[in-house]
Design a protein around this ligand. Structure first.
Ligand SMILES: Nc1ncnc2c1ncn2[C@@H]1O[C@H](COP(=O)(O)OP(=O)(O)OP(=O)(O)O)[C@@H](O)[C@H]1O
Ligand SMILES: [Mg+2]
Length: 407
């Protein structure tokens, strides 16, 4: 069986029970539920219980076909992804993206599989991990590559301008609207719309976004004409959207619409193996830009960069290398050319003012020490446990908490 389409109102059994039963029977079959208007809460319940998507009644065959098509696409993607990962050794390479580590390879594998679909993608990850970069890579590797890539940053738009930014306005919609203007959704037609910091979208706009995602249509502010667009949405957030869900500041139904394909980009401290490649990548770039012949870094300088925990992730590393290139007097970067923490000299970095490294919580610091132990023990868990004074089981528990797979 490829897919199940079910109503939530069934004779003899509650639709949610049916869903759970079906999931128990085969967890990987996508289930699309049909539900009446005004019961969106039930739809959300159904998504939580494992439904893949829903259609609101009344719906057209075209709508249903679209949802089913998308689910079957995604199902295929998931399966291909699994078999690909099994087919050992395939390495993903994208121009301008450094990704030697297994963690980044996983990210790129997802990018590759998802780019060719029309599914909405939700990019997660701390500031500076490369969400913009990945969003562009998805667009450039999609069938929409020749179409526009439009970016909109939610934090940069005042609440009262949000709607007109996204959906445009007609002449006379508000004082000062002397001419009509298309919004970003229209501009992104046949291309991709990158909605950055989605967690900051104000509540009234969240409702409107939901409608566009469901129906692919909207009206301009002050307009009556319904506009249809063909836009692939890529959203990003550096916040935990789940927490926003719990606090009620982000709509659940929108979250499930967005979260079709989540791609989480790990912080740099979790893939430090990429630091040397990243450094070379940036050295080349800044050397070229500054017309300098800097092409090398001493092992000591590289060690300084490897030992740091990078709270500002790749962007901070990029800035650090840029500064080092600017400061270096010859073709080689030495340890003393490197200044970390926005210009604070290295000697002062460990000053007793703060117990923890800048930008780190105690919990992150603990996680980092555990990872470091594992690195030094070359992945040998017994040895890492000894270094940390933990039992093997205690270490295993902590590793599972920070998402390191057990083998
Ligand atoms: N894997 C990578 N390879 C090469 N460059 C990278 C990589 N990851 C990030 N960068 C570079 O680091 C900088 C920051 O990346 P980007 O702007 O994509 O981060 P972000 O996650 O969008 O950050 P923010 O949350 O602050 O918006 C960019 O200049 C980007 O080109
Ligand atoms: Mg960004």
């Amino acid at each position: 069986m490829d897919l199940i389409v079910t109503d939530l109102k069934l004779p003899g059994m509650n639709g949610l029970e049916f869903l759970q039963e079906a999931k128990r029977w085969n967890a990987s079959v996508p289930i699309v539920v049909m539900t009446a208007y005004g019961t969106v809460e039930t739809a959300v319940e159904a998504m939580k219980a494992g439904a893949s998507d829903y259609v609101l009644k009344p719906f057209s065959m075209a709508e249903l076909r679209l949802v089913i098509g998308k689910e079957l696409d995604m199902q295929r993607v998931r399966e291909e992804n699994r078999s690909l990962r099994e087919a050992l050794g395939k390495r993903y390479q994208y121009q301008n993206i450094v990704a030697r580590s297994a963690k980044m390879q996983e990210v790129l594998a997802l990018v590759e599989r998802v780019a060719s679909t029309n599914s909405t993608v939700l990019l997660g990850g701390e500031s500076g991990v490369g969400k913009d970069l990945i969003a562009r890579a998805i667009h450039q590797n999609s069938r929409r590559a020749s179409g526009p890539f439009i970016k909109i940053n939610s934090t940069a738009i005042p609440d009262n301008l949000f709607e007109s930014e996204l959906f445009g306005y007609e002449k006379g919609a508000f004082t000062g609207a002397n001419a009509s203007k298309p919004g970003k959704f229209e501009l992104a037609d046949k291309g991709s719309l990158f909605l950055d910091e989605i967690g900051d979208v104000p509540a009234p706009i969240q409702v409107k976004l939901l409608r566009v995602l469901q129906e692919r249509e909207f009206e301009r502010l002050g307009g009556t004409r319904t506009i249809k667009v063909d836009v692939r949405l890529i959203a990003a957030t550096n916040k935990d959207l789940r927490a926003a869900l719990e606090q009620g500041t982000f709509r659940e139904d929108l979250y499930y619409r967005l979260n079709v394909v989540p791609i989480d980009i790990p912080p740099l401290r979790e893939h430090k193996e990429d630091v040397p490649d990243l450094v070379n990548h940036f050295l080349l770039r800044f050397g070229r830009e500054n017309g300098k012949q800097v092409q090398q870094i001493t092992p000591e300088a590289l060690k300084v960069l490897m030992d740091y925990h990078w709270p500002g992730n790749v962007r901070q590393l990029e800035n650090t290398v840029e500064r080092a290139v600017a400061l270096s007097t010859g073709p080689v970067i030495h340890a003393q050319d490197i200044s970390l923490d926005s210009g604070v000299p290295r000697s002062a970095a460990g000053a007793p003012a703060s117990l923890l490294p800048e930008g780190m919580t105690l919990e992150q610091w603990e996680d980092e020490i555990i990872r470091e132990a594992l690195r030094r023990a070359n992945g040998n868990k017994s040895q890492a446990a000894r270094m940390l004074g933990l039992s093997r089981n205690a270490l295993r528990y902590r590793l599972s908490k920070i998402g390191v797979p057990d083998d």
